[in-house]
Design a protein. Structure first.
Length: 329
């Protein structure tokens, strides 16, 4: 180990280092099973090697923390991508609305101390009071209202004050009809609060300004991915990730595009969702029987990181960032 480190430096390896410390979290902040944390550590090591990160080191710290170190400063984005769960889902888009905050940047959620209980749905409903009753009436009368009268908007204002953790426990049909729930709240939901893939969900993309999406249950996931490769788009000049499916996954994807292409324009989008963030939502006008390409504002490093995540499959547990430090020599 020491010999290789010294050899890297003599050969002009990157100076300094970047270290990320993450904490494994289960549902409601519980400590995940030991075997799941150990599998996660091994997968992070494999991802770091596949991404070509310099001199990677993955070590356990305590009962639920993992420390990843790589050579070179300013590797924060690469390490954030490395520890992302990598949970890929393909979902039909049921409705799209603009972000009520007009693209205001999401405030990073402060990690709760270990053992802090997550708010229950009952607690959040009690906090909202009449606002929740109004939202429920909208789900019955107008599943996706384009506009609301001023009186109704005022009644829904308490939703705007909810924390990301409080938003995370509310059902998708309620979130979908409340314009006051902004992308800043949705995108900052705790990593362990991933929704059930068998249910509808509400989330956003990271465009400027972002859009909110009401999404159908997931049609297929990372488990159906056979391979993923990062390549340069010869026509557009940017980077993209090409995903190929298993036999069963290809059949499901083809059926998904068949269903999407059979409806009118404006209702024929399929969202490509990774870790509850919409990467893209292209309109589908024909049945697709081959690979799919994920494009957008991808750089070489983010495309390679995403491809590595999809090849390895989703991490067994969610990882909450505790510390991220770049240290020069």
């Amino acid at each position: 180990m020491l010999t290789f480190v010294a050899r890297d430096r003599f050969l002009g390896g990157p100076p300094g280092s970047t270290t990320i410390t993450v904490e494994a979290v289960g549902p409601a902040g519980t400590v995940p099973d030991e075997s799941a944390i150990e599998r996660t550590s091994r997968m992070l090591a494999d991802r770091a090697e596949a991404a070509g990160l310099a001199d990677p080191s993955v070590k356990r710290s305590g009962d639920r923390q993992i420390v990843v170190r790589v050579a070179g400063v300013d590797q924060e984005d690469e390490l954030r991508a490395l520890v992302a769960v990598g949970d890929l889902r393909f979902r039909r888009v049921l409705a799209t609305t603009p972000d009520p905050d007009g693209g205001a940047a999401a405030t990073p959620a402060t990690p709760a101390p270990p053992g802090t209980p997550s708010p229950s749905r009952e607690q959040v409903i009690a906090k909202l009071g009449r606002a929740y009753e109004v939202a429920q009436s909208l789900t019955r009368d107008q599943p996706a209202p384009a506009q609301l009268d001023p009186e109704t908007r005022e009644a829904l204002l308490p939703f705007a004050s909810l924390s990301p953790a409080e938003v995370a426990v509310l059902p998708a049909d309620v979130l979908a009809v409340v314009p006051e729930v902004a992308c800043a709240q949705l995108l900052a939901r705790p990593v362990e609060a991933r929704g059930d893939p068998g249910e509808r969900s509400v989330t956003c993309d990271r465009a400027e300004p972002p859009s909110r999406y009401l999404l159908d249950s997931a049609a297929l996931s990372s488990a159906e991915v056979r391979d993923a490769k990062a390549t340069m788009d010869e026509q557009g000049g940017g980077w993209l990730v090409t995903v190929s499916f298993t036999t069963a996954g290809q059949q499901r994807f083809t059926e998904l595009t068949r269903a999407a292409s059979s409806v009118p324009d404006g209702l024929n989008q399929v969202a490509i969702v990774v870790d509850d963030v919409v990467l893209s939502a292209p309109a589908v006008t024909t049945v697709l029987t081959g690979d799919v390409q994920i494009s957008g504002s991808l750089t070489r490093s983010t495309a390679e990181a995403l491809a590595g995540q999809l090849r390895s499959g989703a991490l067994p547990v969610a990882l909450r960032i505790v510390d991220l430090t770049s240290t020069p020599d």
